[in-house]
Design a protein. Sequence first.
Length: 72
Amino acid sequence: MPLQKLVTDITEFKYLGGEKLYFHPILDLYNGEVNAFDIKKRPTLDLVMKPLRATIEIIKNHVTYRTPIHSD
């Protein structure tokens, strides 16, 4: 079922001149859809919390069952 199982992780990308970007998506295992994400130059708490808050709002408005979010 949609939004029943979600996963997340932070991925580091290196680009021009060795600079880094950090990508934090939250994916739905039902269809591979990215529910929310953020990209920042540093791996801060806000990088994690912004997509998490957005996903919680989606869950609250569309789901009547428990939704685990797995992260390594």
